[in-house]
Each structure stands twice: as structure tokens, then as C-alpha cells.
Design a protein around this ligand. Structure first.
Ligand code: HEM
Length: 495
């Protein structure tokens, strides 16, 4: 059945038998369930609950006792390996099998990585609350296209109903994605409650206003009140939110970027390591300072955990920026309610695809996706756990390059190298530009078992800390429903 907000002209197109990018919203069966502030808007259509029906903690913990964790694992692992026509899975364009592993892992990371440690007992953000489904998080440009991940997982949410909350589902899906791709995962605990609005994310940053429903919070902080550039940084390069912000809840640079600016600072021509012949002069050295500012000083990670998380996260999946939007309406202003940075917003008719890249039925899909604007995988087998990230970081010489979209990234100097089809972000290269990080990279490249163990521990901490449960074991003590994946016998779920 077509949703009520589909205009007549689209219904007419459907009847005439041709498909537009907008119409694909209707083909994404449970899209609206995953990407909502639905209790405010079209509640019955979108399948979310009104505030009065939200489960209490006691009720949810009671529901959890009926959850078959093994069945949930299988449902997610099967979904991960089943490419859907309405949002095709990555993998084939990089010579690997189709898998949503990267997409689901990024979903869990972006949901959890909003966590900010304020002091020993207080924190903000984290995935508990599942506020990524609500404004303002669903308008942060870092979250682009994660509405598709939630739309895919809505199928599982529908199957399990109240037995799994959205925040448990999103964090568990990322963990299953890693495990079912052959990666390390030791333990996972359930018990996260969902919020009915995104209000608790407002202190973390308000960027767009498309889904703000007339409340007092309807103001955009797109421009930081205090901006900052490194002394060696080009004066025309993006300004950053001042690193010494009083509340220190945003990431280093700007609202909407949850973590670190991936391109890193562009050097002035007078900087000592500036090279006129390079296509860009993004500085891994300065980028490392920004990575540490966010990961250690705002999120509370050690340097070791930082390296393990970035290296492990950038083992699965890829970046998306396989077209240039110059001259299209998508390039005009990012905050025009239709993209490309926004997720689909209620009433925007943008639907589950941007239609920003490519033509015909493949427009905006699969290899034509633009999310961040960077392009390419980090590893030779982005659907399966592997150790290319650190190995190639050390063995290759990485040189500045441009993505088709126009972003500044890094490729191997050797075009015939086995890693020639992989890429790196400046923030990835920063891990060899900083002496302390570099030492850890060398250790992980030499000892994969140590890397797996450290990544599994850091990932556990990542998805379990939140404003409601600031320490990694708080959730287990509260709800007490965990799995150590003892039922998983097949190391890699993929063919
Ligand atoms: C310096 C910190 C980081 C930066 C700047 C960064 C940046 C990015 C960017 C630009 C993309 C491409 C998004 C797209 O175009 O689809 C990406 C993808 C991804 N990131 Fe990160 N990231 C960081 C850390 C992490 C961490 C800590 C994790 C997990 C622990 C992670 C997991 C992922 C995954 C799994 C993808 C692949 C998404 C997909 O395949 O669709 N990242 N990251």
C-alpha cells in the first residue's frame, strides 16, 4: 500500500509503469519504521508508539527475558548477507561478496560515538535512547544514509517487536556485522531504552532544522560561535569550532561532524611540509592532534583504543563519493531539505535514495551512492574481517588524491600495488604521522591476535557506554542480559 504522503503524480507514475528515484521510498518496505520521529508525525502509518505507550525500564527488561538472542543474531546475519534491491549492498564493486557489514558497523559506531565523557560519573550521548532516529541527530551530516541502515533493520525490528529496543538493535547489529564477517566480538549486553524524542541530543549539536517541530530549540548552530584554525593551516580552509569549547560536547570541528574532520587541515603554502606538486596538502600531522582531541579528550579513549577502533572500523565497508555534484541542485546548499547531506526527512519526498549520482534505475544506488564524498574501500576484502588496514598503512607510500566527488583523500603511490584499489583518509594516515599512534600501528600489524583482542574490548566499551550508563559495565549490572556468542560456530557467516 502506498503511504499517504505520496503525491498523486507519483501514484500516476506508478500506474503508468515507470519508476522515479522518489518513488523508491515506497519500495523500501519498512523504511518509515526505521527513520522517524514518528510518534509526532503520521504515528499510525509509521509504526512507532505514542509517548504514553513507551515501555518502562521494568517492562522492557521483562520483554528481554523472552528474547531469543541466537534467533536475533541469525536474522541480522542473514539480512547482512542479503542484498536488497531498494538499497543494494556494497561488496561487488570492490570484488567481494555483497554485505551490509560496513553499513551496520557504521550505524552502531555513529549511534554510540556521540558519547562524551564529562567527568568520572557524568556523560552525554551514546546509543542508548536511539536518538539517531530523531531530530537533531538524523540531520547531522555525518549520519548521511544511515536512514537506509535503519530502514533495512526495520524488518528485524518488526519481527522482534518489543523484545528488542531500537538502541539494542542498532548496537547489536553492528556487533553481529563484525562477528558474522569473521571479526572479533566477545560479549554483548542488552537493556538500552529508547527515547521518544531527540531532545537529549540537542546539547551535542543542532545543525539543520528540517525536522524541528516549532519548539524553542528550532535554531541552527551551523556556524560555530568561536572558530579556530591551526597557525599552519590555510586561511581559506574550513574553520573549526574552537577546540576549547566551554561545554566540550561537540566534536573538534563543527556541528554535524560527530567526530573528526576526515580530510584534515589544509596547509598554508609557507608550511614546512607543503609540497606545491601535490593535488592537496592536507596534514596528517595536524589531523592526529584533532583525532586525539576528540577521541581522548572528549570521548575518553586511550591512544591504544583509538588506534584499535579506527583500524577495526575501517577494515569493513567503504567510503561513498563516486560522482561529482558540481552544477546540480545538490551542490547548492547542503541545508536545502533535500540533500545530499540530510537523511530523508518527513515530507521531503527524498525517499531512501538521493538520486544524486548515475542515471536510470541505478541513480543514487550502490556504486552511485554519495554519502561522505570520499570514495573507495580501505581493504581488499571489505566484506570480510582482515588485516589490510595496518599492513598497507605501513607497507605503502600514500600520496594525496581526489575522489570523483572532489574530496581530498590518499591513494598508493604504486599504481600496480596489491593495495592500489584501496584508499585512506587523512585521519587514517594521521595514525602513522603521530609517533605514539605509529608505535601502536606497528604493534598491531605485527600481532593480529593482539589487535583483535584490543578491538573487541574497545568495541564492547564503545557500544555499552551512554549518558544513562556511563561506564562499560553499568548496563550489565542494570539489566543483566548478555551473550558471549557461544552459539556462533561459524566464524564467517558469508559464503
Ligand atoms: C577519525 C575517526 C574517523 C573518521 C574521520 C571516520 C570517517 C569515515 C568516513 C568519511 C566514512 C565514509 C562514509 C561513507 O561515505 O559511507 C567512514 C566509514 C566507515 N567508518 Fe569511519 N571514521 C572514523 C572512525 C571510525 C571508527 C572508530 C569506526 C568503528 C569503530 C568507524 C567505522 C566505519 C565503518 C564501518 C565505515 C564503513 C561504512 C560503510 O561501509 O557504509 N569509523 N568513516
Amino acid at each position: 500500500m502506498a503511504p499517504l504522503h505520496v503525491p498523486m503524480r507519483l501514484l500516476a507514475c506508478a500506474m503508468l509503469g515507470f519508476v522515479t528515484a522518489e518513488m523508491r521510498a515506497d519500495d523500501f518496505p519498512h523504511y518509515d519504521l526505521g527513520t522517524i520521529p514518528a510518534w509526532q508525525d503520521l504515528a499510525s502509518l509509521r509504526g512507532a508508539r505514542p509517548v504514553s505507550q513507551v515501555l518502562s525500564k521494568a517492562d522492557y527488561h521483562h520483554q528481554l527475558r523472552a528474547l531469543d538472542i541466537q534467533q536475533l543474531y541469525s536474522a541480522i546475519a542473514t539480512l547482512m548477507a542479503t542484498s536488497k534491491p531498494y538499497w543494494p549492498a556494497d561488496g561487488p564493486q570492490d570484488g567481494d561478496v555483497a554485505s551490509y557489514a560496513g553499513l551496520f558497523a557504521r550505524l552502531a559506531w555513529h549511534c554510540s560515538g556521540s558519547f562524551r565523557m564529562i567527568n568520572d560519573t557524568h556523560a552525554a550521548g551514546g546509543c542508548e535512547g536511539a536518538r539517531q532516529r530523531h531530530w537533531p541527530e538524523n540531520e547531522w551530516r555525518d549520519n548521511t544514509n544511515l536512514d537506509k541502515a535503519r530502514g533495512l533493520l526495520a524488518e528485524v525490528k518488526l519481527q522482534f517487536g518489543d523484545r528488542v529496543s531500537w538502541s539494542d538493535l542498532m548496537t547489536f547489529a553492528g556487533t553481529v556485522a563484525i562477528k558474522a564477517s569473521g571479526g572479533p566480538a566477545k560479549k554483548f549486553c542488552f537493556g538500552r531504552l529508547d527515547d521518544v524524542s531527540g531532545d537529549r541530543s540537542i546539547p551535542l549539536g543542532v545543525e539543520g532544522v528540517a525536522q524541528c517541530y516549532g519548539s524553542k530549540f528550532c535554531k541552527s548552530n551551523f556556524e560555530c560561535p568561536n572558530t579556530f584554525r591551526w597557525s599552519e593551516q590555510n586561511d581559506t580552509d574550513h574553520a573549526r569550532c574552537k577546540i576549547e569549547q566551554p561545554d566540550r560536547l561537540q566534536a573538534s570541528h563543527s556541528v554535524g561532524l560527530i567526530y573528526v574532520y576526515p580530510e584534515g587541515p589544509e596547509l598554508k603554502t609557507s608550511a614546512k611540509d607543503y609540497k606545491a606538486y601535490w593535488v592537496h596538502n592536507r596534514s596528517p600531522r595536524l589531523s592526529a592532534l584533532e583525532v586525539r582531541d576528540t577521541f581522548r579528550d572528549r570521548m575518553g579513549w586511550t591512544d591504544r583504543e583509538t588506534v584499535a577502533l579506527i583500524g577495526g572500523g575501517h577494515t569493513l565497508g567503504r567510503t561513498h563519493g563516486n560522482c561529482n555534484l558540481t552544477g546540480t541542485k545538490w551542490a547548492q546548499t547542503p541545508y536545502n531539505n533535500v540533500g545530499p547531506y540530510f537523511e530523508a526527512t518527513a515530507g521531503s519526498l527524498r525517499g531512501p535514495t538521493d538520486g544524486t549520482c548515475g542515471t536510470g534505475p541505478e541513480a543514487g544506488f550502490g556504486k552511485n551512492t554519495v554519502s561522505s564524498g570520499f570514495e573507495g574501500p580501505w581493504t581488499r576484502s571489505p566484506s570480510r574481517w582482515n588485516y589490510d588496514f595496518f599492513d598497507a598503512l605501513l607497507s605503502e607510500e600514500w600520496v594525496p588524491a581526489k575522489s570523483p566527488y572532489g574530496n581530498d583523500q590518499w591513494h598508493t603511490r604504486n599504481h600496480t600495488s596489491e593495495f592500489a584499489k584501496t584508499m585512506r583518509l587523512t585521519s587514517d594516515i594521521s595514525l602513522v604521522a603521530d609517533e605514539t599512534y605509529h608505535k601502536i600501528v606497528r604493534e598491531y600489524a605485527a600481532d593480529h591476535a593482539q589487535f583483535d583482542a584490543d578491538f573487541a574490548d574497545a568495541w564492547f566499551k564503545l557500544v555499552h557506554r551512554s549518558e544513562d550508563h556511563p561506564h562499560k559495565d553499568d548496563l550489565e549490572q542494570d539489566a543483566g542480559i548478555c551473550t558471549s556468542f557461544e552459539f556462533v560456530t561459524q566464524a564467517n557467516f558469508l559464503p
